[in-house]
Ligand binder design. Structure first.
Ligand code: NDP
Ligand code: GDP
Length: 325
């Protein structure tokens, strides 16, 4: 089997590539040009698979590069994970977010139609589409109400995927994934920002951590559990959309408590807040109901929030010690 992953240098792309390589897939990844190419494949290097993924250069905003990439990779499965994925940045760069996160998905679907129409397609949809939540637990039937340019862009990509499935009979599925983290999470996201700070404070290279809204609640899971669900969706006879979540919601404050207590510290002595990290509007709370994925796919998360945060703190301690030595 051959798989093509956009966003292969990101958190999910790296874990998905590892998962598929372990299953014996030939894995191709889209690589956009960067002046910092020496650090671009850091996540793949961290997992020890950088020399096993076959990179093809291109960009989600450049349709012809996607067509050429598919002609070269000839994949059975396409995972569209590339995006401008950071919610806060989407208010500062709303048009770029639209071009990459929304229209980029349409580009990928067009490339598929033109170059590889029988490939199965996965779109990385997001719980951010629920935004101002319309039900206390969100599932596939919950109305969407996005609260950021990112959420709006993801909604366009989501419905385009549904529409292409219905219009052209494509095997195209949306995974509506709730927040998922790991040691490979981007450092701007709150969990990794916290675990990185815990490591620095432990090693005395930082004193405090400045955050925004400590009362926001998210349904956090582990990226390794969640990439398995992506693959499971593409193994079904029929394409469909699935919520992937842990079903447990936790405040940012509690994540601080868990992370600091892992190294024997009290977060209240180290965390302060600054309005600079608040958003124009907030997604206050997300809680997913992954009942359908459990029943149809047989998917269930295996890694707890506590175990994940401990793994992230330990990995950041390793990284920070490496910097000091
Ligand atoms: P990351 O931000 O870690 O990775 C994003 C990837 O997209 C990177 O490989 C990046 O490349 C690539 N990319 C960005 N712009 C372009 C472009 N114009 N052309 C080609 N590639 C591009 O995201 P995650 O791995 O965390 O998430 C994967 C997907 O799942 C994203 O679409 C995200 O929005 C979505 N999602 C994530 C959730 C989460 O909690 N992690 C929850 C729900 C959905 P580069 O390395 O060059 O920057
Ligand atoms: P998101 O759910 O995709 O926006 O993931 P983030 O990890 O960026 O943010 C999760 C929640 O943490 C949001 O409600 C943020 O407002 C909140 N948060 C509080 N302080 C911070 C911070 O300093 N950085 C980030 N990224 N989020 C913060």
């Amino acid at each position: 089997m051959r798989a093509f992953i956009t966003g292969v240098t990101g958190q999910d792309g790296a874990y998905l590539a590892q998962f598929l390589l372990d299953k014996g897939y030939e894995v191709f990844g889209l690589l956009r040009r960067s002046a910092s190419s020496d650090v671009v494949a850091d996540r793949l290097r961290w997992l020890g698979i950088d020399d096993q993924v076959q990179m093809i250069d291109g960009d989600l905003t450049d349709l012809s590069s996607l067509i050429r990439a598919l002609e070269r990779a000839a994949p059975d499965e396409i995972y569209n994970l590339a995006a401008q994925s950071f919610v806060k940045t989407s208010w500062n760069q709303p048009l770029l977010t639209g071009q990459v996160t929304a229209l980029g998905a349409a580009n990928m679907l067009e490339a598929l139609r033109i170059a590889q129409p029988n490939a199965r397609f996965y779109q990385a949809s997001s719980s951010e589409m629920f935004g101002l939540v319309q039900r206390s637990e969100q599932n596939e039937h919950t109305p969407f109400y996005p609260r950021s340019p990112y959420g709006v862009a993801k909604l366009y990509a989501h419905w385009t995927t549904v529409n292409y499935r219905e219009s052209f009979g494509l095997h195209a599925s949306n995974g509506i994934l709730f927040n998922h983290e790991s040691p490979l999470r981007g450092i701007e996201f709150v969990t990794r920002k916290i675990t990185d700070a815990v490591a620095r404070i432990t090693l005395n290279t930082a004193r405090e951590l400045t955050l925004g809204n400590l009362d926001a609640r998210r349904d956090w899971g582990h990226a390794q559990d969640y990439v398995r669900a992506m693959w499971m969706m593409l193994q079904q006879d029929e394409p469909d959309d699935y919520v992937i979540a842990s079903g447990r919601t936790t405040t940012v404050r509690d994540v601080c408590r868990i992370a600091f207590s892992h190294v024997g510290l009290d977060y209240r002595n180290h965390v302060r807040t600054d309005p600079i990290f608040l958003r124009p509007v907030e997604v206050d709370v997300l809680t997913g109901d992954a009942g359908k994925a459990q029943q149809v796919l047989g998917w269930a998360p295996q890694i707890s929030l506590e175990a994940m945060i401990a793994e992230m703190v330990d990995a950041d301690l390793v990284r920070q010690r490496g910097v000091l030595n």
